[in-house]
Design a protein. Structure first.
Length: 135
C-alpha cells in the first residue's frame, strides 16, 4: 500500500523515538508532581505534607491517597514504556554535543534534587530580578 504524506510523517516520528521521549517526559512529570525523592520539588512537598498533616489530618490522608494514585499512574506509564516492543530500533540521531548538553542538564537536575541547599540561595534572590512583579 502507498502511504500518503501524513502517514509517512507519523511513521518517521515513531521511528526516531520521538514518542518514547515524550512518554519518558510524562513519567518524569508525574514523579515531579508527586514530589518523588531525588527531584527538586521533594523538600517542598515534604514540608507542605507535614504541615498539612499536622493541622488537618483528614486532608493529609486525602493528599496521601491522591499521591498513591499518581504514583500508580507513573509506575504504570513507566512499565508500558519499558515493556514497549521496538521492532525497528533506530540509532539515536542527536549530535554528540547535544547528548553532552542533555547529560549535563540531567546532572544539574539530580544535583538540585539531592542538594537543594545549593539552589535555595539563588531562588531567594530571584524576586529581585523582577521588581515589576512585587508590591
Amino acid at each position: 500500500a502507498i502511504m500518503d504524506g501524513d502517514t509517512k510523517e507519523i511513521v518517521n516520528i515513531v521511528n526516531t523515538g520521538f514518542i518514547v521521549t515524550k512518554a519518558g517526559v510524562v513519567v518524569i512529570a508525574n514523579l515531579s508532581v508527586l514530589g518523588f525523592p531525588l527531584l527538586a520539588s521533594f523538600p517542598v512537598h515534604l514540608v507542605l505534607l507535614e504541615q498539612l498533616a499536622a493541622h488537618y489530618p483528614t486532608f493529609g490522608y486525602g493528599v496521601l491517597l491522591g499521591m498513591m494514585g499518581l504514583l500508580g499512574g507513573a509506575l504504570r506509564s513507566l512499565a508500558v514504556l519499558v515493556m514497549a516492543v521496538e521492532e525497528d530500533a533506530q540509532p539515536r540521531r542527536e549530535p554528540r554535543a547535544l547528548q553532552i548538553i542533555f547529560g549535563l542538564g540531567w546532572g544539574v537536575l539530580v544535583a538540585a534534587g539531592l542538594f537543594p541547599q545549593w539552589i535555595v540561595p539563588l531562588l531567594a534572590r530571584l524576586p529581585l530580578a523582577f521588581p515589576q512583579l512585587g508590591p
